[in-house]
Design a protein around this ligand. Sequence first.
Ligand code: GLU
Length: 508
Amino acid sequence: MSVRVRYAPSPTGSPHVGNVRTALFDYLLARRFGGQFIIRLEDTDRTRFIEGCEEEILESLRYIGITWDEGPDVGGPNAPYRQSERKEAGLYEPVIKQLLESGHAYYAFETSEELTEMREFQQINKQPTGYFGGNWRDAAPEKVAAAQAEGKPGVIRLRMPRDQRLVIQDAVRGRVEIDGSTQDDPVLIKADGMPTYHFAAMVDDHLMGITHVIRGEEWISSAPKHVWLYEVLGWEQPMWVHVPVINGKDGKKLSKRHGDTRCLDYRDAGYVPGALANFIALIGWAPGDDRELMSMEEMSSLFSVESLNGSPGIFDPDKLIWMNGHYLRAMDAATLRQMVLDYAKRPSTHAYWNEREEGAAMLAGLKLLVDAEAAGDPRLDAALRLEQERVTTLAEFGPACAFFFAPQPELDEKAVEKWFGEAHVAPLFANLDQWLSEQGENPTQAEIEAFLKAQVDVLGVGKLGPIVHPTRVAMTGRTYGPGLWELMEVLGRDRMRERIAHAQTQLR
Ligand code: GLU
């Protein structure tokens, strides 16, 4: 039987890293075994529905490079792929009918006040909370008929077995046995006629031929109910795969306090798809050796549910930064240029940085790159190439490359204080300007190197540092950056002379 997996998000909030990881595991498993990956929207809880959420979910998956074979946008043989539409299509009705007829489901008519009272009573008396039968599990059929005739709003609940153990075969945890008496009777159909997750997800998983249910560990406590549903319906169970939670490096559950958690925030912060996919897949999964850097193809050739880790995955932002830097450095010039420019132009990049303190510098730098492209500035590729070795996100290309394109670099005050008061700096700038004025065209990096190295003796400073540092400050505004000769060649003669002229006004 071919592998069929599904990612079944509820459109109730922005997808975060944990959600996308589940989808990625689904995708990798389907690709590994030549199976199908299905997306199904679980949108039956209309009170929690958020407009635009479905689009964001699909966009998050697309960004990191996940594709799917069936889903709400692409259709497929199991359409529709939104549960609200499946409800409209009457897909749940025959199943609930079957459960009611066989006695495995029953109507219950408690009001919400009665349910609250029941819960409070259980809490005060230190009993397990939940619906363990109430007034309706064993109600006579006439009583039910009377309530229905009165038009009382009622729900349909699953009759859980009280006298047997329920067994879950989980790919990560192995065999889990739970005493049926601990399980309350979940609602399958709500008073408004909508199916609950417990019911709709199981019916859909069955109808869609799902072979592996990969989902968050928070669902394991509900798994006995799901196992029981499959059993009483006489359906073959899927393989259950409950993936552990993701924690921050402090061992606490990943949350806002650890930084961005919304998946698209990582796109907007400047992480590239390959690095994000690689990073997310390795939170809780390892291919069995020390390998860390893997393309989607490599990961999908190695993935298996058996190799998922049973303990919580750790979200390590430093590792993501390291990986992203690696992916950036591995890019060819054309791809890099395209990625940086797409990033700089994307409205969501601007929305992201506008909300952040350091955002103005990022956006100002990125704008210079977009302008350079529009002007056909040949320095663009060279600037990107030189900074490619150093930056770790697409966003950083903005401020890192800004000095190439700004009319004058912003001079770092500390660096100016440190260098521009040295006695040899005025003659150094004068000599450099003089030499540049004699160049018929832009000097090469070798010529620049030879000239500046000769200044060590000319000015009697004994070593290269006192020549290189103030020159770098004049050219770039700062004390770090790519190789000085290379960047000077990229700036070109005239721009170098303008920068020296400006630096000369700043001498101390
Ligand atoms: N709709 C559920 C959620 O978003 C899906 C859980 C599952 O994959 O079964 O958490």
